[in-house]
Design a protein around this ligand. Structure first.
Ligand code: WTA
Length: 734
């Protein structure tokens, strides 16, 4: 079934949500309000910040401390070896003003550099962010016809840059590497595009991709884009069940995968997981018709893989003989480009849908300015293509800008904590982009791993995915960058498709821990719980007031959920799910999620997803999951579980519960702590008081606040008393 048709038929009709749903939403946010915002806003501004810092998530504490710890004068005002595309803050202000007052003109100019088979109409931006005015809709470059693959590859080859390296692939093991030029990548993309067409993939069809970080992963994405198919990449760390759910949701009949992969010393049998996923789909009456398998022989030769004739095809055998030219499918600017599933506050992940033209222009523009990127620069983003960062800032953004991209199969700590800097020296990397969790783990290994490598090619350091604590910022800046490189702390989301708030390098003064100012065309606002815009120095819910070109267009197959999640909480605004504060310099400090989403090593995980996986275990009666401070991961997963009547808690059950989460979601979502709870703190109406659970997990039971509504206050003491046992389970490795 064609994706484009399916989303049309399953989108909600043009009408505001029914009252029942509105009530549901109000209820949900009233809860957020009472948990996080109302008490804080009752305080005077200075007391407010510290009370909120002390009371909510760990990351918030960290970030708020940042405001006082990081005196701006300790950060260089300028970086002599970085000549930015934009001269200074005044020029930024000028461009920014134009971008928000004349988006048609500004984004029209930005789009000119790309190839459009047909130019967009005069008025090319139209959107509605207000549910009271009708359905939410966003359209950019209306009337325009283009193709992002053409712009990322063919355009450069046609301009005579076919010999420029597009990918510098660095394998898991030192010494395994490969270079692919733009022309070579285009050849491979065309071969694969032809193969996809040969198995019946058409414009609008979804294709699932479950692959390791080989060049073939971005190549697969580009091949889909070339023929107008919609790629749905599933991170290689997800379990069979999670993969199956994503395949079924978008009805992908074709799956691209690999035999296996080595991550550090660990072999991961991707084909086996993919086979299990396909079986699960079949159980639910959905047939994956074709499975193209890349023989990643170094990790797992094909002889070790199960093979289903008629369904499975070896990539190297099937694709190599197809021609190296493939006709481009020219698509409307609003044609869907990709789906990417992400966690929300309910159990089921959302298929975030991005479309072509707006995503292309925004993505290329943010990449250029965020990293001060010029064609031919050697740029390295360590993200996996299974996440949005790997889509926007590994695959599309750098290629659209004609850069040379390092694609890394391994992990930053293998074979030792100096690997990243060794690779930086090997390829003379100029821009390096990674997550705070990686920085913290490398920092723990000590400076010597860094200092034995030169790193003199580095000019810009970037971070993404979670708030960066000032200590990690400083280490990154002072040790990795030798104080010579600005740190670009980029705040954005799967839903935003591209950077939203970030310090443009060497354009204005950084403050460690602050994402600083909005990108062109983005109007962030802070709202109080009633939806009033807060002015000046303030702290509140971070919302966006206007549509930017890569706004998510819908939640695949469920436009109503899209409206409910992002636009109904505060009518007229896109709600990010994050809290933030704005300081006297108008800089934004992201304080973390205000919903039931936790951010573990930069991976977004819905607490409800983990709870549902735990409750799926036949001995588990109830589960409540919260985040807690983790020195490396930022946040860890702390799960309280109540077992079925008559079942006794044991080490075996603890391990089994963790296994249940690994099997249902993936190893990266495995709880760090399982706390056996004969009872959970609930209100008399039966609602679990997560605030209390967070405090107990954080060892802050002295700050429980008002617990007078608890049905059984004794539960709290019981949980405090049993915490030590949960943190140090008998028989665990620690
Ligand atoms: C968090 C990742 C603070 C935030 C690109 C957001 C950040 C969620 C930052 C999106 C940052 C991302 N500072 N927090 N620089 N970047 N976040 O969809 O909570 O995986 O809502 O996209 O990560 O995560 P996602």
């Amino acid at each position: 079934m064609q994706l484009s048709n399916r989303s049309q038929t399953r989108c909600s009709p043009a009408q505001p949500a029914c009252d029942r749903k509105l009530t549901h939403v109000r209820h949900a946010y009233a809860r957020l309000g009472s948990q996080f915002v109302q008490p804080a806003y009752a305080l005077a501004p200075s007391a407010r910040a510290s009370a909120r810092c002390a009371s909510v998530y760990t990351n918030r504490t960290v970030m708020c401390q940042a405001a006082s710890v990081a005196a701006p004068e300790t950060v260089p005002a300028t970086y002599p070896n970085v000549t930015p595309h934009i001269a200074d803050r005044a020029q930024y202000e000028q461009l920014y003003q134009r971008s928000v007052t004349d988006p048609d003109g500004f984004w029209g100019d930005m789009a000119e550099q790309f190839h459009w088979q047909r130019k967009w109409d005069d008025k090319h931006v139209s959107y509605n962010f207000d549910v009271r005015q009708g359905p939410i809709s966003v359209e950019w470059y209306k009337g325009g016809v283009t193709n992002i693959c053409y712009n990322a590859l063919d355009r450069h080859v046609a301009a005579g840059n076919g010999d420029v390296p597009a990918f510098l692939w660095e394998g898991n093991d030192v010494g395994r590497d490969k270079t692919m030029t733009y022309a070579e990548v285009l050849d491979d993309v065309c071969r694969l595009a032809n193969w996809l067409r040969s198995v019946g993939v058409q414009k609008g069809d979804a294709v699932a991709i479950y692959m390791p970080m080989l060049c073939e992963l971005p190549i697969a994405m580009l091949a889909c884009a070339r023929i107008g198919a919609v790629h749905s990449v599933v991170f290689g760390g997800f379990s069979a069940e999670a993969l199956a759910g994503r395949i079924e949701d978008c009805q992908a009949r074709v799956l691209l995968t690999a035999s296996g992969v080595m991550r550090a010393n660990k072999k991961i049998d991707l084909k086996k997981i993919a086979d299990d996923a396909v079986k699960l789909c079949a159980k639910n009456n959905f047939k994956v018709e074709t499975c193209l398998v890349y023989d990643n022989a170094n990790a797992m030769p094909r002889s070790e893989c199960a093979f289903t004739p008629g369904r499975d095809v070896w990539w190297q055998d099937a694709v190599a003989d197809f021609p190296t030219t493939a006709e481009v499918e020219w698509v409307d600017s609003e044609h869907p480009l990709f789906l990417l599933y992400t966690s929300g506050s309910t159990g089921k992940p959302k298929g975030v849908l991005h479309s072509t033209g707006g995503y292309m222009v925004y993505n290329a523009t943010t990449t250029k300015y965020a990293f001060n990127l010029s064609p031919g620069d050697v740029y390295w983003c360590t993200a996996d293509c299974g996440w949005i960062t790997g889509h926007s800032y590994l695959t599309y953004g750098p290629l659209l800008n004609g850069a040379t991209n390092v694609v890394f199969e391994g992990v930053p700590t293998y074979p030792d904590a100096g690997r990243c800097w060794e690779v930086v020296d090997k390829y003379k990397v100029k821009q390096f982009y990674t997550a705070p969790t990686a920085i913290r783990s490398l920092m723990r290994s000590g400076d010597s791993h860094v200092q034995k490598h030169k790193r003199d090619s580095l000019q810009i350091l970037g971070t993404v995915g979670e708030p960066i604590n000032p200590e990690a910022w400083r280490w990154y800046h002072d040790v990795v960058g030798d104080g010579r490189c600005p740190v670009v702390d980029t705040w954005w989301q799967t839903e935003t498709g591209g950077h939203m708030i970030l310090p443009l390098p060497n354009v204005w003064q950084q403050k460690p821990g602050s994402a600083t100012l909005p990108f062109f065309g983005v109007v962030p606002v802070l709202l109080d719980e009633k939806g009033n815009e807060l002015k000046g120095e303030a702290e509140g819910y971070l919302c966006i007031k206007n549509a930017w070109p890569s706004t998510l267009r819908t939640v695949y197959g469920d436009h109503e959920r899209y409206e409910t999640n992002y636009f109904k909480p505060f009518p007229g605004y896109y709600f990010t799910g994050d809290g933030a504060k704005r300081d006297a310099d108008a800089y934004y400090w992201i304080t973390g999620r205000v919903d039931d989403v936790i951010n573990v090593s930069g991976h977004r995980i819905g607490t409800a997803e983990v709870e549902s996986a735990l409750v799926g275990h036949n001995h588990c009666a109830e589960a409540a999951v919260v985040g807690f401070e983790h020195p490396i991961k930022g946040q860890g997963i702390y799960a309280y579980v109540t077992l079925m009547e008559g079942v006794e808690y044991s080490e075996d059950i603890r391990k089994d519960l963790i296994k249940a989460v690994r099997n249902t979601i993936g190893a990266f979502a495995a709880p760090d702590v399982i706390h056996w709870a004969p009872g959970l703190p609930k209100t008399r109406s039966g609602k679990i008081m997560r605030r209390v659970l967070r405090k107990i997990a954080a060892k802050e039971e002295d700050q429980l606040g008002d617990v007078s509504t608890l049905a059984d206050p004794g539960v709290v003491q019981q949980l405090v008393a049993s915490r030590q046992a949960a943190l140090n389970p008998a028989g665990s490795k620690k």
